[in-house]
Design a protein around this ligand. Structure first.
Ligand code: ZN
Length: 275
């Protein structure tokens, strides 16, 4: 019997108290050692194998998220719109498979203005999510002014900038994580005692950068600051076992960080059956 050719949706639900998160994959991201700094090929392979991955076939991920809280529907990033290989650009299909129409999104939270997070916000040059207000950190708006794609995205939407500590929606507080870009920001998601920290691009090749948080990427705008932000956050979430959610952590991107004798590792959250 032939394999079925229909692609299954890559969407998974997670809950933080009464807040519902739907993780959406944009597809596998072809990132490898060439985008890392401070590590050679043998060490790269050793660290991937330490985490039980084959260095020759391992791929990073690219995730976006819909967060429903208190009647609001917030989209966090929107994928790369197929610009990084023909297996990327899956967010619109996965959004539809999860039951969302583009008009359902009232807020787009942009973690930072790199193409793999914002290209999917455009549809034929206009806003794909035409009912949404776009929230972006002011430092990223300023840093990327004059770049074609960020300019096009910001021109297509009603834009409201934010700074540290701002509530984007009930239970969603902006958490600036500067370094990767000046305004790179995650979200602290909380409802009652339940919390989760969306850390977006703290790591790009998780098994390697968790094992050795000194390893950076060639696209960190301020590598030293990115490294300091990564280390401080890993110390925090490993100390209190706050679950994390990452843009480039293997789909759906959620887990708890454990401190090991050598660096850290991610223990993925179990499947919740919340869908
Ligand atoms: Zn990214």
């Amino acid at each position: 019997m032939p394999h079925a050719t229909t692609r299954l949706p890559d969407a998974q639900r997670l809950s933080v108290g009464g807040i519902r998160i739907t993780a959406l994959s944009d597809g596998p991201l072809p990132l490898g050692r060439d985008v890392l700094t401070g590590i050679d090929a043998p060490e790269y392979a050793r660290l991937l194998r330490r985490d039980h991955h084959d260095p020759d076939t391992w791929r990073s991920g690219l995730n976006a998220f819909v967060i429903e809280t208190a009647g609001r529907t917030v989209l966090v990033d929107a994928g790369v719109a197929g610009r990084m290989g023909d297996r990327t650009g899956r967010v619109p299909d996965n959004l539809a498979a999860a039951g969302f129409a583009p008009g359902d999104i009232d807020t787009v939270f942009v973690t930072h203005l790199h193409p793999d997070h914002i290209a999917g916000l455009l549809d034929g040059g206009g806003a794909r999510f035409s009912n949404a207000t776009l929230r972006v950190h002011g430092a990223d708006r300023d840093h990327f002014a004059g770049d074609d794609l960020p300019d096009a995205v910001l021109a297509a939407y009603e834009v409201e900038t934010f700074a540290a500590g701002i509530d984007i929606a009930p239970g969603l507080r902006a958490l600036p994580l500067p370094g990767h870009t000046p305004g790179h920001s995650g979200l602290e998601i909380a409802d009652g005692d339940a919390t989760l920290l969306l850390w977006t691009d703290i790591v790009h090749i998780a098994p390697v950068q968790l094992a050795n948080p000194d390893v950076g990427t060639t696209f960190d705008v301020d590598p030293d600051r990115a490294r300091a932000t990564r280390k401080a956050l890993l110390d925090r979430v490993s100390a209190d076992a706050t679950p994390v959610l990452g843009s480039h952590v293997t789909f759906p991107g959620a887990g708890v960080i454990e401190r090991l004798a050598e660096g850290f590792a991610l223990r993925p959250l179990p499947y919740t059956h919340d869908g």
